[in-house]
Design a protein around this ligand. Structure first.
Ligand code: 13P
Length: 283
């Protein structure tokens, strides 16, 4: 069933686990996420970026997710990932999203605050919670030097002031995480996460979680991460499966025979993440 993300993340915060937030941009990924969530009896977020919305069309994609949610007997939220501007937020609210992220983290602190306050005002008026981000996720390029890396990270005192000033419901943090695959082993700054946790009481969000080793994910959850975003590992499973199928059956032209195994591969990734995040059996 389609629900707000607020109750899901508050329950996760209280019980000490994290809810998976999985990116989708088509029917097959959406099927994989719902099948995994139902198989594992887990609450789940399905998140659409503005790129996904441009690719598939908001009407199509949000209806696919809503249809999946109405036939799945686990709670699921329809979430905007990295909302780039106020207009996109409003469009998503009109299409029945039950969770919004507005990412204004590239703006200076005061402008980020002003923008999120505006979004919180609009979203809360229709009962929808808001995720915001403070600090920037740096790229994974080798040339990013340590001081740059640290400057981009979330400052714990600023985080407290930010949540207080904006009224946001969840806060995405930058603690050494990055989108896409990591070059070498990522090194999350757990002291920083602990300091943020000590000053901020809303559920915390970890972006860029593909490729972070399991033991670091478990520690992050112990230190207060309640929502974990996964995109790249699902894409990788999709591409691997399609490549394998076409290599084994070069004459195959039936989309169902090509994409069916890809759904299975993506479902396996989502199920594994659900177990790792501790959200199995929480629905
Ligand atoms: P990955 O691409 O590392 O899985 O991160 C996804 C994400 O954070 C989406 O917001």
């Amino acid at each position: 069933m389609l629900v707000s993300s607020k109750g899901l993340l508050l329950a996760a915060q209280q019980e000490g686990y994290a809810v998976g937030a999985f990116n989708t941009n088509n029917l097959e990924i959406t099927h994989a996420i719902f099948r995994a969530a139902v198989a594992q009896r887990a609450p789940v977020l399905l998140q659409l970026s503005s790129g996904a919305i441009t690719y598939a069309g908001i009407q199509f994609l949000s209806q696919i997710v809503r249809t999946g949610a109405s036939s799945a007997d686990v709670p699921a939220a329809l979430h905007l990932d990295h909302g780039p501007d106020f207009d996109t937020v409003m469009l998503c609210l009109r299409h029945g999203f039950t969770s919004i992220m507005r990412d204004a983290s590239k703006l200076p602190f005061d402008e980020n605050v002003a923008e999120i306050r505006k979004v919180v005002g609009a979203a809360h008026a229709v009962g929808v919670p808001v995720e915001a981000e403070l600090g920037r996720l740096v790229g994974v390029e080798d040339h990013v030097v340590v001081s740059e890396r640290e400057q981009a990270m979330t400052d714990p005192d600023e985080a407290a002031a930010f949540v207080e000033a904006t009224g946001c419901d969840f806060l995405a943090v930058s603690i050494g995480n990055a989108h896409g695959f990591y070059k070498g082993e990522p090194n999350l700054d757990f002291d920083r996460l602990q300091a943020i946790r000590d000053r901020v009481d809303v559920p915390l969000v970890l972006h860029g979680a593909s490729g972070i080793p399991d033991h670091q994910i478990r520690t992050a959850i112990e230190l207060g991460i309640c929502k974990i975003n996964i995109d790249t590992e699902i894409r990788y499973a999709f591409a691997q499966s399609v490549r394998r199928t076409l290599a084994e059956q070069p004459e195959q032209i039936d989309p169902r025979k090509i994409l069916g195994p890809a759904i299975d591969g993506m479902q396996a990734v989502v199920e594994r993440k659900i177990e790792l995040f501790g959200s199995k059996g929480r629905a």
